[in-house]
Design a protein around this ligand. Structure first.
Ligand code: GLY
Length: 306
């Protein structure tokens, strides 16, 4: 079985000045996840490790660098899925957790539930002894400044979220390991000006994240309110049936976003280790690592580069 890892750091109009930070961020995530995968680690370990690196990087809208909600709180969503048994774990609107993807994995492995949200997710983090952080540990100046602009009545950061150079960067990873197991993971701080308790596509299995050993794995990014309505990750994986190439399947799934006028993108992997990234935004930060070609990253359309 070929082993492969793909990651993304969000689909939006990444400004030129931020391109290098995005390329470097996805490269670092690939390096960390690939180190685990190439040493015989599981696909599940690889996607969790890669997403943790992206959550730590303030370039992206996940973990450190996340959006503030209307009450100046950081509420985080994340999910992880294992394709062997269709096992999934998720957290939604959880506060003061630096690595929500690891909390999502704990939900999957240590509870009989799939998703915990809000106060219940926080309580679970405490019960399992996960170290809590402060809101200010997750907050970066860029997001505070945007929050203050919106609260002062400037609606442009909200309206321009996906079209203009406005920071947006849900993160995710998909992988296949040497045993042919597939996994997917996605993490986000959500969208600008979100109401307290708002939950997007990211923690919803089938919408933001999906993995099934029989077909493939996907992780999505973009406007959650739109992605949820077309159940984008599952739609993309289902389109792999009949050994359709991920490039075709991904494009087909993304075209369903037209009906809801949704902006975003996805990374998609099939059970043969073929990978594709598709997006209908100007740019998408992404990268792939495999044995044949090593690590490649990109933000613009066209081939990835080392
Ligand atoms: N796709 C991330 C969100 O809408 O929250």
């Amino acid at each position: 079985m070929p082993i492969v890892l793909a990651v993304h750091g969000g689909a939006w109009n990444i400004p030129d000045a931020a391109v290098e930070a995005h390329r470097e961020g996805v490269r670092e995530a690939l390096r960390a996840g690939w180190a685990a995968l190439s040493e015989g680690g599981s696909a599940l370990d690889a996607v969790e490790i890669a997403v943790r690196v992206l959550e730590e990087d303030p370039t992206f809208d996940a973990g450190v660098g996340s959006r503030l909600n209307r009450e100046r709180k950081v509420e985080l969503d994340a999910s992880i899925m294992c394709g062997r048994e269709l096992n999934a774990g998720a957290v939604a609107a959880v506060q003061r957790v630096r690595h929500p993807i690891s909390l999502a994995r704990k939900v999957m492995e240590e509870t009989h539930h799939v998703m915990l949200c809000g106060q219940g997710a926080s309580q679970f983090a405490d019960e399992i002894g996960m170290k809590r952080c402060r809101t200010r540990d997750l907050l970066v100046g860029r997001e505070l400044e945007r929050y203050e602009r919106v609260m002062a009545g400037d609606r442009r950061p909200v309206q321009e979220e996906f079209e203009k150079p406005a920071p947006m960067g849900t993160v995710g990873a998909i992988a296949m390991d040497g045993r042919g197991n597939l996994a997917a993971a996605t993490s986000t701080g959500g969208i600008q000006d979100k109401m307290p308790g708002r939950v997007g596509d990211t923690p919803i299995p089938g919408s933001g994240t999906f993995a099934d050993n029989k077909l493939g794995a996907a992780s999505c990014t973009g406007h959650g309110e739109k992605i949820m309505r077309v159940v984008l990750a599952k739609a993309a994986v289902d389109r792999l049936a009949g050994d359709v190439h991920p490039s075709t399947a991904g494009m087909g799934a993304l075209s369903t976003m037209r009906r809801v006028r949704g902006k975003g993108g996805l990374i998609l992997l099939d059970r043969y280790g073929r990978v594709s990234a598709r997006f209908n935004t100007p740019r998408m930060a992404r990268g792939v690592a495999d044995e044949a070609k090593g690590l490649r990253v990109g933000v613009d359309r066209g081939a990835l580069r080392r």
